[in-house]
Design a protein around this ligand. Structure first.
Ligand SMILES: Nc1nc2c(ncn2[C@@H]2O[C@H](COP(=O)(O)OP(=O)(O)OP(=O)(O)O)[C@@H](O)[C@H]2O)c(=O)[nH]1
Ligand SMILES: [Mg+2]
Ligand SMILES: [Zn+2]
Length: 306
């Protein structure tokens, strides 16, 4: 007769082919997924398990099998680039560090604003990081600060070679789980290497022409433990980020600087795109709201199903 099996709990560090790499009480364990996990999974989801998931597993000698994925607290998710499925970038995160470089490559607001909205929709607190401050000769840091300060999200300006902003970054990461997201080449892995010595994450080489466009150095998301407390998820750079699961009516609330104008439009169900008497559009015209943020709102709304 089969004895009562004991199940352990594990934390998904990385997806590994068809299986996963787990942290089980401080040990790294490779595990397969029990077939039922695929059967029980949400059909709209690309994979039934994500980095950051907490799981229950059964260990039998060398073999380990995930038998259950525990309920998630939060998920940073997007529409998978291949189409109709939901892709969970990371599960159970508290914060999203949205990383851009001030130069090489320059910040791209349509991408940043989509990640910010996707995080906000899940109550994941964003931190905006503008890296490569050492390359910023045009003083564009101030421009980005002006655009994003009204959101109220914390904004950090960092430089890896000059070690600028790294102490503040560390203190923001401490005792939290933070997913790092942003375009390829922004310096996500470099920042993590700088705050956590010994990680040795692969980073892009600087060629004569700068970072190779379209080349991704980090190839899959990975959960890493910080020695000063907390976890981070390093992710591969993205060129696009289409939000998943945001309700049209909810979108304006994900732009915190719009708040003072919401509920003040002539139409109570104003979409803030074309209606007369729109308080939000008036605020944009008066320079109270940065046009790039308003444009992002309109284009994200356009992508959301009716
Ligand atoms: N000048 C300068 N270069 C930096 C800085 N941070 C990173 N870099 C360089 O930028 C390049 C890309 O850095 P990565 O850390 O690989 O960028 P990433 O965001 O992890 O890129 P992916 O893994 O492809 O998403 C590397 O050549 C780094 O050395 C910085 O603050 N200043
Ligand atoms: Mg990287
Ligand atoms: Zn309106």
């Amino acid at each position: 007769m089969k004895s009562q099996e004991t199940l352990r709990e594990g934390l998904v560090l990385r997806l590994d082919g068809k299986g996963v790499l787990l942290d089980v009480e401080g040990r790294e364990v490779k595990a397969w997924l029990r077939g039922r996990i695929f059967e029980k999974a949400d059909r709209r989801e690309k994979r039934p398990i994500a980095v950051g998931d907490r799981v229950r597993l059964r260990e039998e000698g060398e073999e380990a099998v995930v038998v259950e994925v525990l309920p998630r607290r939060t998920t940073l998710c997007r529409l998978s680039p291949e189409g109709e499925k939901k892709q969970v970038v990371a599960a159970n995160v508290d914060q999203a560090a949205v990383v851009s470089a001030l130069r090489k490559p320059e910040p791209y607001p349509p991408l940043l604003d989509r990640i910010l909205a996707g995080a906000g929709a899940e109550d994941i607190r964003p931190i905006l990081i503008f890296n490569k401050l050492d390359l910023d000769r045009k003083g564009s840091a101030r421009k980005w600060e002006e655009i994003y300060a009204p959101t109220g999200f914390p904004i950090l300006f960092t430089s890896v070679p000059q070690k600028t902003g790294l102490e503040e970054l560390k203190s923001r990461l401490r005792d939290k789980t933070t997913v790092f997201a942003g375009p390829s080449g922004a310096g996500k892995s470099s920042l993590l290497n700088a705050v956590q010595p010994g990680l040795r994450l692969k980073t892009g080489e600087v060629g004569r022409k700068g970072v190779h466009p379209g080349r991704h150095t980090t190839s899959s998301a990975m959960l890493l433990k910080l020695s000063f407390g907390g976890y981070v998820v390093d992710t591969p750079g993205v060129r696009t980020f289409t939000t998943w699961g945001i309700q049209r009516k909810e979108l304006a609330r994900l732009f915190p600087e719009f708040e003072p104008y919401l509920g003040k439009c002539a139409f109570h169900d104003c979409s803030h795109t074309h209606e007369p008497g729109c308080a939000l559009r008036e605020a944009v015209e008066r320079g109270r709201i940065p046009p790039t943020r308003y444009r992002s709102y309109c284009s994200i709304l356009d992508e959301l199903p009716e």
